[in-house]
Ligand binder design. Sequence first.
Ligand code: PEP
Length: 250
Amino acid sequence: MTRPYYIAGNWKMHKTRSEAAELARELTARLKDGKHKYLVAPGFTCLEAVGAVVKGSNILLGAQNMAAEEQGAHTGEVSVLQLKDLGVQAVILGHSERRHTYKEDDELINKKVLLALKHGLEVILCVGELLSEREAGQAEAVCRTQTKKGLEGVSAADLARVTIAYEPVWAIGTGKTATPEDADAIHACVRGVIAELYGKDAAAKIVIQYGGSVKAENAAQLMAKENIDGALVGGASLKADSFVPIAMFG
Ligand code: PEP
């Protein structure tokens, strides 16, 4: 089964509106003949500006997070309705910075996943172990649990709008990358979880991105692995010159 490659840029808390729009303009021009699936996830304040640039292009507009409630008294949060109003098509949920810095647990992340899917968004659900968990031999168990709990209550039909991103926490923003073999082993394990929950066909179809210090120099080797279907890119997504070679690989 051939799955599409899906390459996403997570711009985190970088860029003003004009800087974000400029990067989006460069990416739409340079990726217009790209043959993979693409997404950029600017900060909330830049969504409208970037959305206006990528509209009608082959680049999806993504958000980096959203609230677990539809609307109401939630100071400082951003709702799925507000994201949809800006033309957002997908949302990254369970990023390790949300899990570990902002203490989001599997239950909260699952609530967000269900809400995003209910409103028709695509979801990139991030899973990944800490260095201490890897060293204790728990990497697979952690990723299994995060995948299972994150997807609790997701129907087989809605799973078609879910991408999993395996991002070992120790590889994010550190310059350390999992070896293609180690990453592929976790991807295979996550695919196995999907097979247990949804059957073999769903497991064969689900796209699993790798994230953690992906750059042009290591992207092709990672994505050559059987179970690695794309990349979620942080640092290298902030400049077209470093993101485009990853996005145009192959
Ligand atoms: C990320 O933030 O999802 C990420 C993988 O970051 P980086 O590529 O900088 O490691």
